[in-house]
Design a protein around this ligand. Structure first.
Ligand code: SF4
Length: 377
């Protein structure tokens, strides 16, 4: 596949592979594959930066990087939901959700530098403008008047797809709010387009300026050790140099990182770069995602536990969680002496009555999600 060469981030983005014609220049595809891919792209857009594409090994179809970037015909198979964690119900102002007492979540854009094939917001990325935030003053007013909110996650899409002026506008409105302890940006730019960070001193100086007034966290998503390259490490260092802290959420994905050695290597290397592992997420049953990427819960917990046995305390300071309509539920493992049951615990609950609740639930060997949850565990 093609050689990696230096481009500025806007040039790299402009040269991303978005159509069958684009991708055919760098990948051999049969006419049948081209026609299937064209159908998928119409429904779920593709965008692969030349940088991220260069991480795919030559002739490696179906490898981890390939699976995360290149459309697959199975995205059309039946099943799955568009909105698996109840984002519509938690929306309080267009583009802003308030599900957990202390946290406001803003969908600041529907654009990403790469449309990850496993994205749980597949319903809106690349074309879901109706769900994107529009009224920043109203959102700031809401946050100010809800004193229990002490942090905001500016997400999307990818928060760093916004122009610098937009990013600064968010910070201008949010940084002065006294109830906010810190602000988070959700971005995969360090992974898929690190030049967005290393080439853009404007962005870095905005983060540095506002970060002196209010702590800024970057929430990113490395899923495989091959994503940690000299370029991505340079982006991580640049963010650290301007005072940001970085935390990582990994999604457990079939055919990508469903291997204890892969996870242990990834988390060890992230920790070395002071990118703190924060969550491992069970892949959600999102439409267009679940059939290719979800793993059974019992298998997931085995992989995660074996991976943890290979990690030091820093690397395994994460929780293996399911982001459910009712809250973030930690997947604890097999219930003692009850092969059919697993134990779960609410890490973040939507309703106060569930806070920190531990419960046991019958789980089939192939079960990948909890659709219904018993009221009494
Ligand atoms: S960068 Fe994030 S929001 Fe965008 S497609 Fe990937 S996982 Fe989804």
């Amino acid at each position: 596949m093609e050689q990696r060469k230096h481009l500025t981030w806007k040039e790299a983005l402009a040269q991303s592979y978005r159509s069958v014609e684009d991708i055919s220049k760098v990948m051999r595809l049969t006419e049948a594959e081209k026609s299937k891919m064209a159908d998928i792209i119409k429904r779920y857009p593709m965008c692969v930066t030349p940088y991220y594409f260069s991480l795919i090994y030559a002739d490696e179809k179906d490898g981890p990087i390939f699976r995360m970037a290149i459309p697959d015909v199975n995205e059309f198979t039946e099943g799955g939901e568009p909105d698996t964690s109840g984002e519509y119900q938690n929306t309080v102002i267009t583009g802003m959700q308030h599900k957990y007492r202390q946290t406001a979540l803003i969908l600041s854009t529907d654009r990403c530098a790469m449309y990850c094939r496993h994205c749980f917001r597949k319903r809106m990325v690349g074309g879901g403008g109706d769900e994107v935030a529009k009224y920043l003053p109203a959102m700031a007013e809401y946050i100010k008047s809800h004193r229990e909110i002490n942090n905001v996650l500016i997400s999307g899409g990818d928060a760093f797809m916004n122009e610098n002026a937009t990013i600064e506008k968010y910070l201008k409105y949010l940084v002065p709010l006294k109830n906010l302890d810190f602000i988070r940006f959700g971005t995969r730019m360090p992974v898929v387009l690190p030049q967005r960070i290393t080439d853009d001193h404007g962005l870095l100086s905005i983060l540095e300026k506002y970060g002196k007034q209010k702590k800024i966290y970057i929430i990113t998503q490395f899923n495989h050790p091959r994503e940690l390259t000299p370029e991505s490490v340079a982006a991580i260092r640049a963010l650290h140099e301007v005072g940001c802290s970085i935390r990582n959420q990994t999604v457990l994905l079939r055919g990508v990182n469903d291997n204890p050695d892969t996870l242990a290597l990834l988390f060890g290397e992230l920790t070395m770069q002071a990118v703190h592992p924060y969550y491992v997420f069970q892949c959600r049953p999102a439409r267009g995602v679940k059939n290719q990427f979800q793993l059974p819960l019992k298998k997931g917990v085995k992989i995660v536990d074996e991976a943890k046995s290979k990690m030091n305390g820093q690397a395994k300071a994460f929780r293996y969680c399911m982001s459910h309509k009712t809250g973030k539920i930690e997947i604890l493992g097999q219930a003692p002496g009850q092969e059919d049951f697993m134990l779960f615990k609410y890490h973040q609950a939507k309703e106060d009555r569930d806070a920190s609740r531990i419960f046991a639930q019958r789980v089939d060997d192939d079960q990948r999600w909890l659709d219904e949850i018993d009221e009494v565990g």
